[in-house]
Structure formats: structure tokens, C-alpha cells
Design a protein around this ligand. Sequence first.
Ligand code: WT7
Length: 632
Amino acid sequence: MSLKISSFEEYQSEYNRSINNPNEFWAEKAKHFYWREQWDSVLEWDFKEPNVKWFVNGKLNITENCLDRHLETIGGKVAIIWEPNNPNEEVVKLTYRQLHEQVCKFANVLKNNGAKKGDRICIYMPMVPELAIATLACARIGAIHSVVFAGFSAKALAERINDATCNIILTSDEGYRGSKTIAIKSIVDEALESCDSIQKSIVLKRTGGDVSMQPKRDVWLHEEMLKVDETCNAEEMDAEDELFVLYTSGSTGKPKGIVHTTGGYMVYTAYSFQNVFQYSNDEVYWCTADIGWITGHSYIVYGPLLSGATTLMFEGVPTYPDAGRFWEIVDKHQVNIFYTAPTAIRALEACDIDFVNKHSLSSLKVLGSVGEPINEEAWEWYHKNIGKEKCPIVDTWWQTETGGIMISPLAGITKLKPSFATLPLPGIQPCLVDSDGNEIEGNDVEGNLCVKFPWPSMLRTIYGEHERCKQTYFSTYKGKYFTGDGCKRDENGMYRITGRVDDVINVSGHRMGTAEVEDALDQHIDVVESAVVGYPHDIKGQGIYAYVICVKEVNEDELRKELLEIVTKEIGPIAKPDKIQIVKGLPKTRSGKIMRRILRKIAEGDTSNLGDISTLLDPDIVKEIQKGAENI
Ligand code: WT7
């Protein structure tokens, strides 16, 4: 099945066609897949509600498209290459036939343990093949998977399990990450103390470490796998049946369970995968993300498998056993397409160049970047040292909510411009709007990035909170989906994402709500109030800067230590502030609103122009905070 565009002229004509006649365009793409029953109409939509339906009344199962469909043609092709954390441990390679068998067996295990179509199943696992298998097994039986990144704390995990009332959790004893062993099951045990909905936990033996198994509730995956056979008919799903929930942070409130459905997500992830990366038959593709994020869902599991690709999964971290690990893996598995995040590039750029130069990297053809704006310096380093100036870099802009890549070069087809995501994919209609909500036409302009027409893999709702979905994404600018990002369009119509315009920060490619971190800090008994902002960080892109007001004089070092512990417990280590400043007060307007603009400036170390501070309740506090910041 090829959905590939092969020249820039073709891109332009396909783009125009997708705008002038989206129904015809997407119907044609969807016909490449296996549907049990055809759709009645391609698209029904209303951004006011929002109510969006693609391939209305079409019936399918996405795993038949990822697996069964390939058996006859490429059953013996490697679907998943798994590279373990420890380079001396054995690599696992699963052909499409083997993966199909594993998924069917796992699906039968789920059924034996009471899983049914429509159930929500939480997956909290390290990056092992069973994580991909578990995800597909859920889809096979029509259960909605909710993968939670295994770096989240017990508290954060429990919150997500409860929000979606999951009845089963799939997990492992422990996990390996670099030189550390992570006590996955005991985090789950702690979480489950406050999760009444969970009936079963199915546990993979990964390390063989000691774990406690609760009789009746906890079962071992390897024991369950012995009880089942390898045939499992796929459940017939409606195109709009929910495929998964994935939690992400917003500027306010608790994390949102972004809901994606089956048909449109399938068509768009495969279409975008093939076009952006220009994947061809025998290539090895590696995306370094974790399946716990949307990048892993769409571009480790679904997009590649739908396309019959060989997708590599890596269990470990870029710096273990040393900073050459990524490059060693590229050579070892002859990786052709390599997709990673700017934060990883910057971290490796900071290490000795010998870690790169020890390896040939001659198999590489295409490089990708995702998760945050890539600065020009990192782009150039990546291009020169990893791509040897011969590999196009696709800077892919998208979001958990968009399900798939929205703005990106097509490798080898679109002209590149460092730090620009360049042009929208066919079917994507981005626009820039000013603060009054008027669309800004023409080129060489800047505004808030919106999308004005539906695309197949867009979110359908926030789990259990449809009104919040409407408020967050479809109310700021009437009739448009608002991304939360600022964006420039240059004189040639190329897009450059400038970063979030809301109170969301992006730390090492991980999205975080400043409010979430504040809520965690405020749990400390000595903290009265806190304000969190992002500031430029050489490696992480953005670092977390927290200002806290205390009830009394405190031992600052001790408080800092305790605050880091609290954040780790409430959210996870990824949310730990890089800097904590104890302040007497916060710059507030007379109506009590924190002036974050000022706090951001101070955190940046740029105090030359703080703007008008005369409207503040207590303008003197600014000087005091500024002075204190010098010692942080
Ligand atoms: C936010 C979405 C979608 C994959 C991973 C992140 C930022 C993402 C880029 C890029 C500039 C980018 C945006 C976006 N972002 N890719 N290529 N250039 N910014 O998904 O966690 O949902 O975060 O990441 O700010 O809104 P996410």
C-alpha cells in the first residue's frame, strides 16, 4: 500500500485537491485500507460543538490493517526490532506473522481476564515489545487503551486510571532505564490503593525482581499466555469508536484525556508516516520516543505498522552505557530513518564528538525532529554530524490533540529551512489569527496558530469532559481549532512555530501545565502560594522556574529538597523545577492576577525592560524578586 507523494509538484497538486475536495481526497486515501464495511459519507462536522465524524458508519478493526492484511505479502518481514537497555542483552525481532500471533494471544489473555469491547485498559509499562503488543491487543478486542508513561508517579497514574475508570492495568515487575531499575509494579500497587475500578492487573516479568502479587487481582502475563491459543478474531469497530485515550497537560486544571477514534486516526497516521518520512520497503525506521507519548502511539506503533514498515523500539536512554548509544544502535541495525527530539540532540551535542565519530551512520537517509522548536544551532549540528549533510531533516510540528504530523517538510521533497516546520501536509488548513480572532492573510506575518478545517486524526473530545474540549480548543477563535502555539509565516508561506502562547511549558519535549506544578508545590505545608514559569534552558529547551511564598522563615536548602520530593510524588521527576526562588510576594495586578510576563522576564535574566509595572498592587516587590533572583 503506497500513499506516497513523490515530487514537490505532486505535493502542490495533492494539497490543492485536498482543500478543494476533501471528501474525494480522503475517500481515495481510505480505500487503501481494509474495511469490513464501507462508510456512508466521508465527513460530518461542526466545530461549534465540536462534532467531527470521519468515514461515517465505516466498520473496521485497526489491527487487521496493522497485521492481518500484511500476512500474505510481508508476513516474514520484521515488524518490530527491539533493542534492550543493556547492549549485551539479546535483541528481539518480531516478524509481522509473529507479532500477529503475539497480539492475538495477548488479546485472548485480556478476554480471559474479563476485558470487553469499550472497556478502558490502562497500560503502564517500560519500552518492551509487550508494550506495543498490549496496545494492539486492546485495539484487537475493541478496548480503549490508556497508556501512561512509566515515568509518572503513583499519584499521577491513579488520577489517570480513575479519570477513565479503567478496569484492567497491564504492567511489569520492574523496568530498566540506563543504570537504574525502576520499581514499576510497586508504583502500580501504590496507585491502586486509590483506584476502585481496577479488577485485574496483568504483570509482565521483565527483570525478575521481587514484587508482591495480590491474589485474585494480580496475574503473571507469562502464565496467562500459556492458557490461550493464537486465534483471535478482531472485534468489528465503527470508524468513530474510541481507539484510545492519552493524557496531556493544559494551561489549567488536571490533565486532559485526549480521545482519538479509529478510522480517521488510522488513515491519517499511515498517510503522514509514509509521506513525511518517505518510507520505502526495506528500510529500518527508528523513532526514539516512548510509546507513553503520542509520538510513540502514532509513529512507533500505528503509522509504521499500518504501512508495513520495520519499526525499532529502544528500551533505554541516549547516554547509557555512554553518549554514543544512539549512534551505535543506528549502525547495529542499519537504521535508515531516525526521528528524535531537539532536547536529545542538544544533550548529545554537548558530549564529545568522538561519541558520534566512532560510528559510521552511513545507513541514515532521513532525520526527523519533534516535540519543541529546534534551534538553528542544534539543527546545523544534527545536519552536519549525524546526517553528514546528505539527509533531509523533517521538523515535524503536531500535538497530542492532532494525532498526527500537521506541518512538516516531506523528506527530500520540500525545501528545508532550519527552525521552520515549513508547509502543511495535504488535508491540513492552518491559519494565523490575531488577538481579536481575525484571520491574518498573506505572508510575512505572525499570529496564533489555528486550524480551520477538520482532519481525520483530530481529537474528538476530552474523556468525560466534552464541554472542556469545546472551551479549550474551539471557543477562543470561533469556528477554528486553536493550537495554543504562536507561529510565523515567512515571505514564502513557510511556517515557523514560535512556542506556546498559554501557560503550558515544554521541558525536554514534555508538555507541562505550570498550574499542575504549582498545585504540587502548594501541597507543602510551608508554602502559601507559588508561581511557575518556563525559562530558556540550553538542553531542555525550557527549564522550570518556581517562585514560592512561605508562611514563615524556612531553611531554604531543606525546603527546596522537600519541594522536589513533593513534585516527584505528585507528578513525576520530569516536573521537578530547575530553580526555586523563595519570595515575599508575587507581582499581582489590583484584581489579583499574577503578572507572569514579569516573572518570565526575571527568570530569563532579562530585566532591561519589564514593561509597565505601575498597575501592580505592590510595584516594589518586583525589585525585591529581581534582587533575589541574582542568587538563584
Ligand atoms: C506541543 C505539543 C506531537 C509530538 C510531541 C509533543 C510543541 C511539537 C514541535 C515542532 C515546535 C513543537 C508545540 C505543541 N511542538 N512539535 N516541531 N516545533 N514546537 O506533543 O506533548 O502534545 O506537545 O509541542 O508547542 O503545541 P505534545
